[in-house]
Design a protein around this ligand. Structure first.
Ligand SMILES: [Zn+2]
Ligand SMILES: [Zn+2]
Length: 331
């Protein structure tokens, strides 16, 4: 039986997604994960052959004109964890429990090369991916029931990727995810107490102390967060206060491409191509009062495994200090 629901935990008030009974998604990594399946069997090298749905957006590199020159293309996820629908699900209550039907949109952003992940892309290639993110974000933000849009990228099987071909995903859902809510609430609380953005204050402090700074250019800073949750965690922040990712302009995109290129190349070389997740945290598209927020990119390499202390107590144990991470990655 299909069951796709956002359920609210009655104690913590946090949402989880139950997406059970939907068509099982094929896994394109061999287990154990040593050799991923070859390019010839890749579902993203030839979208037509693998029967992907209609392309929602495609972009060529400069000089390219036709679809055959595509560098980025976006299509709906063939195996979504949410049911595609524009209806607004009401909050349903039964006894102590609350839920909403699990509707939303889930799209896949694919870059052309089977082998070229972010660490191997040049500035133009990364820039086009960012433009594709921004463009679909804006399109989905106009959907009536979308409360949050999350852009994520899983690199490698340990990070949850099921297809080795580089791709990102965009989720548009009718709830605010718990991690984002914590981040928004914390920023709001600080703003109320100090009338300043907590992220701007952190950046000011970090740029003064320098020991956790990995890279900076005119508009972006890359750093290892003071209270990192995983080994080698890094974040990319715009230097100038801005709550929303989706309004970045060309100059910012260029600087962000450089910052991303730098940090992914360093992670690739110094940590030897670990699996990782990255995602963009930005203000909810329909939130009118989001001035306290400061959008950013979080990169989480998947080198450590979680044990009881992490899962049972929520205390993340990091065995390499953020200062060492910064030193390693900026060299
Ligand atoms: Zn491929
Ligand atoms: Zn700020």
């Amino acid at each position: 039986m299909n069951k796709i629901e956002f359920r609210k935990d009655a104690v913590s008030g946090e949402w989880v997604l139950v997406s059970a009974g939907v068509q099982k998604k094929p896994v394109f990594f061999r287990r154990p994960v040593e050799k991923p399946l070859p390019k010839s069997k890749c579902p993203f090298d030839d979208a037509k052959r693998s029967k992907q749905e209609k392309v929602l957006l495609w972009m060529p590199k400069s000089g390219g004109k036709d679809f055959k020159d595509w560098w980025v293309q976006i299509f709906p996820n063939k195996y979504p964890v949410v049911a595609r629908s524009s209806i607004c699900p009401p909050l349903e209550r039964r006894g102590i429990h609350e839920k909403k039907i699990g509707v939303g949109f889930q799209e896949v952003i694919v870059t052309r090369s089977h082998e070229k992940h972010f660490a191997l892309m040049n500035r133009e290639e990364i820039n086009l991916v960012l433009e594709a993110y921004r463009s679909r974000f804006q399109a989905l933000a106009s959907e009536p029931c979308v409360d949050y849009i999350l852009i994520i990228h899983n690199h490698g099987a340990k990070a949850g990727a099921t297809v080795p071909h580089p791709h990102s995903q965009i989720f548009a859902i009718p709830i605010i995810p718990p991690d984002v809510k914590r981040s928004l609430d914390g920023s709001y609380k600080y703003f109320r107490a100090h009338r300043r953005c907590v992220h701007c204050d952190i950046l000011k402090n970090e740029l003064k102390e320098k020991e956790r700074i990995i890279y900076q250019n005119k508009r972006f800073v890359v750093l290892a967060p003071y209270a990192s949750r995983v080994i080698y965690e890094t974040r990319i922040f715009p230097k100038f206060h801005e709550p929303r990712f989706e309004i970045i302009d060309q100059a910012q995109r260029k600087d962000l491409s450089d910052a991303m290129g730098f940090v992914f190349r360093k992670i690739f070389k110094k940590i030897k191509n670990p699996d990782y997740n990255f995602f963009i945290h930005t203000a909810p598209p329909k939130e009118r009062h989001a001035e306290h927020y400061h959008w950013h990119v979080e990169i989480l390499p998947r080198v450590a495994t979680w044990g009881g202390l992490e899962l049972g107590a929520g205390i993340d144990v990091v065995k390499i200090s953020p200062e060492e991470t910064a030193k390693l990655l900026r060299r």
